[in-house]
Design a protein around this ligand. Structure first.
Ligand code: NAD
Length: 361
């Protein structure tokens, strides 16, 4: 099992170090190799995704990623900005399926801005298509309008598009994931207005014929955005396109109130994957030793389950995280009166300690 470890920028190095400690505590044999990515790679090599980092990522079974970015790079040309490294990895490795679970831990129910009864026990999985849609469609650009409301005016345009195989493969991912959960998929679209999403709905409906044991419903994206805050527990697996998924997965993640707790996985058709916390590089707290490493540690658990076929070890990590929370330890982002404030390192070490009490497979 070969893991590329790409800590990146800001708190990335601090939180990935803790996840690596947890992986080492599992008694599994890994080959882990670290490389620069993002702003750190730009400083050293003049590019956010150097050839050597991309080569390592391609040769590995999985990538454990921290976060990239810093305000100081905001004026660089777009292809040289740290965030381009993520897009480059997604594209080069064909990481088309993004898994973003939003799970509410009982101990953190109070961290949400929603009423406890709405989110207690929440466990949603948003599956976002990651390599198509309006984010990648061509043509795009700026030009002078020849029609529309203001002919002759400067305008900008993008292209929304999905091919049948792109929709089929993400629909299969969603139905298969649902089979391991409560066998329910909600496909989110905007079929009432967009041709692309009428096609999306038709193709998802076709693929569903192969999964008669899974229930499927369709929802317009505007309604889905409302229902996520009104009655979030009615969702289980949600599948949608790149842009709607971008927005809904952020909305769903904030239902739990704690961005430092949320892992993510982006997979290709060979189950090779990139695993990273849902948050960014948090330059405002970088270097202070206070970032929450749990989203990254939980991302490492997803990596063991999806790419490395080590479900038992993934369960052990998740159990250890729950027991650390139950013991009252909190980093500053999830701290509340009556709990004990700990640093990034102390939180990582507490998970390692709790891990030794879980059963080995
Ligand atoms: P952010 O997620 O980095 O931070 C938002 C807020 O959440 C900040 O107040 C931060 O301190 C806090 N926060 C984030 N993670 C935390 C953690 N683990 N523990 C405690 N608090 C945490 O988002 P931002 O501030 O909008 O962006 C900062 C930089 O990160 C930007 O350069 C942005 O482009 C980049 N970014 C990168 C990724 C990625 O690498 N995948 C994703 C999002 C943003």
């Amino acid at each position: 099992m070969k893991i590329a470890v790409l800590p990146g920028d800001g708190i990335g190095t601090e939180i990935v170090a803790e996840a690596v400690k947890v992986l080492h505590a599992l008694d599994l044999k890994f080959e882990m190799e670290e490389a620069l990515v993002g702003g750190a790679a730009y400083e050293a090599h003049g590019h956010p995704l150097p050839e050597s980092t991309l080569k390592l990522a391609k040769e590995s079974d999985a990538i454990l990623f921290g976060a990239v970015g810093d305000w100081k790079y905001d004026n660089l040309d777009r292809p040289l900005r740290p965030e381009q490294a993520i897009l480059g990895l997604r594209k080069s490795l064909g990481l088309f399926a993004n898994f973003r679970p939003a799970i509410c831990y009982e101990e953190l129910v109070g961290a949400s801005s929603l009423k406890p009864e709405l989110i207690s026990g929440l466990d949603i999985l948003i599956i976002r298509e990651l390599t198509g849609d309006i984010y990648f469609g061509q043509p795009r650009g700026r030009r002078v309008a020849t029609d529309g409301h203001f002919p002759g005016a400067e305008e900008a345009f993008d292209t929304m598009r999905y091919s049948r195989p792109e929709i089929e493969r993400i629909a299969h991912v969603a139905f298969q994931a649902a089979r391991k959960r409560s066998k329910k998929v909600t496909s989110v679209d905007k079929a009432n207005v967009l041709e692309t999403f009428q096609f999306w709905k038709d193709v998802v409906t076709d693929v569903h014929k192969e999964y008669p044991d899974v229930a499927l419903d369709h929802m317009y994206v505007d309604n889905a955005a409302m229902q996520l805050v009104k009655e979030p527990k009615k969702f289980d697996v949600v599948v949608t396109g790149n842009m709607f998924g971008d927005i809904l997965s952020d909305e769903a993640s904030m239902l739990t109130g704690s961005i430092g707790m949320l892992p993510s996985a982006s997979l290709n058709s060979q189950n090779q994957g990139l695993y990273e916390p849902s948050h960014g590089s948090a330059p405002d707290i970088a270097g202070k030793g206070i970032a929450n490493p749990l989203a990254t540690i939980l991302s490492a658990a997803m990596m063991l389950r999806f790419s490395l076929n080590q479900a038992n070890s993934a369960d052990r990590i998740e159990t250890a995280v729950k027991s650390v929370l139950a013991s009252g330890l909190r980093t500053v982002d999830i701290w509340s009166e009556g709990t004990q404030k700990v640093s990034t390192r102390e939180m990582g070490e507490a998970v390692v300690k709790a891990l030794t009490k879980t059963t080995k497979g």
